[in-house]
Design a protein around this ligand. Sequence first.
Ligand code: NAD
Length: 435
Amino acid sequence: MQAKDSSAPFSAHALPSYLNSDHIGPWGNYLQQVDRVTPYLGSLARWVETLKRPKRILIVDVPIEMDNGTIAHFEGYRVQHNLSRGPGKGGVRFHQDVTLSEVMALSAWMSIKNAAVNVPYGGAKGGIRVDPRTLSKGELERLTRRYTSEIGLLIGPSKDIPAPDVNTNGQIMAWMMDTYSMNTGATATGVVTGKPVDLGGSLGRVEATGRGVFTVGIEAAKLSGLTIQGARVAVQGFGNVGGTAGKLFAEAGAKLVAVQDHTGSIYNAAGFDVNALLEHVQKNGGVGGFSGGESIDNQAFWGVDCEILIPAALESQITKDNADQIKAKLVIEGANGPTTPEADDILTGKGVLVLPDVIANAGGVTVSYFEWVQDFSSFFWSEDEINARLVRIMQEAFAGVWAVAQENKVSLRTATFIVACKRILHAREMRGLYP
Ligand code: NAD
C-alpha cells in the first residue's frame, strides 16, 4: 500500500460551476486572494480547499403581497462559508445587484475578517435582490419577515447571527429578531446584532465600522509617517461606514475634500463642513445637490488630490481602469472587496499602502460580537468601555498583521489572509473531519 502524502492538498474534484475560479466577480476575486496566500500556509495548505467552497448555500424565494394587491417574488440568499471557529456571522444586504456570487464572496470575507480580529465566529452573509427604495415601509417589513422565516432553518443565536449591511439597519434587525422569536416561541435577542439599543443592541454599534476604519488608518499613518493634521481625505459611499469615518478623520484635523455616493460626486479643496454634509445626506438621501462644494464628474473623483482614499460603498470600485488615477498614499477599505486583484497590484506598484477590508472594516463585527456577548449575559456595557475595547482589538490585530507583512515582505492583504487562514485551518485541522 502506498504511504499517504500528508503534504498533498485534498483532491480538488471538479468544482460546481458557481465555484469555478474562472468566475468573474467578487467570488473570483476572493479565490485569487486565497491562491496568493496558499504558499505561506505551510502544512496547513493541505486543508486550503475548505476555504474555496462555502459550507452551505441556501437560496430562497421570498414572496410578498404588495400594497397594490399584486404578489411579488424576490430571490434571497444565506451563505455559510465556514463554521470551523464558531457560529456563522455576517450581514444581510438588500440591493438590486445582489447575486449568489456576491453573497458567497462576502461570506468568505467574513470568515477571514472574523479570524483576523480573532472573534470566535465563522463567516456567513445574506441578501435579497431588491431595491428597497422602491418599497413602502409595510412591504419592506413583510419582505424582511418572510426572508427571516425562510432562512430560519440556518440562523440562531448559536448557529448563525445576521447583522446590517448595505440598505439594512436597526429597524430591519428588530423585525428579524421579532420574526425569529415568534417562530421559536422565545425572545432571542442574540439572533441578530446591530439591533436598536432598546432591544438589546449595543451602544457604539452604529459607528463601530467607521471607528475601526479610522483606528487602523491612524495606526497605519503613524507607521508610514503620514501626518493626519491637514491630510486630504476622499470617501466613496457616505452611509454608515463612510459617513462615520469621514467625520472622525475631520474631527482629528484632516480635510474631507471629495465624496461620491449613488447620487453623484462633490469636491471642496478647502474641506467640507462634515456635519452640514451629514445633515444634507440625512435629509436628501445623498450628497448630490450639497451647496458646500462643487459637483464633479464621477470618473474625476478617483483622480482628486488627496492623501487618504476610503472606498466605503460597494465591491469592485477600484479597478485596472481607475487605479492609475489614484493619488492617495493610503487607501483604507471601508467597503468589502472594493479593490480588484489587478487594481491591488497597480496600487502596490505605485507605492500606495492599502489597508484591506478584512482588517480595516472589522470594527463592525467586533462590536457585534460585544453585542452578542452582552445579550447572552443580559448585562450591558458603557459606550466608553465598548469604544476602548474596540480600539484595543483593532490596534492589536493591526499590529499583528503589520508584523507578518514585514516578516514575509508581503502586502497587508496577504498578511491578513495569512493570519486569518492559519487560524481557520488550524481550527479545521484540530476538529478533524466528521465522520
Ligand atoms: P450604507 O447603505 O449605509 O451606505 C452605502 C453608501 O454607498 C451610500 O452612501 C450609497 O449612496 C453609496 N453607494 C451605493 N451605490 C453606489 C455607487 N454605485 N457608487 C457610489 N456610491 C454608492 O452601507 P454601509 O453599511 O455604510 O456599507 C458600505 C460598505 O461597507 C459595504 O461594502 C458593506 O459591506 C461594508 N461594511 C459595512 C459594515 C457595517 O457595519 N455597516 C461593516 C463592514 C463592512
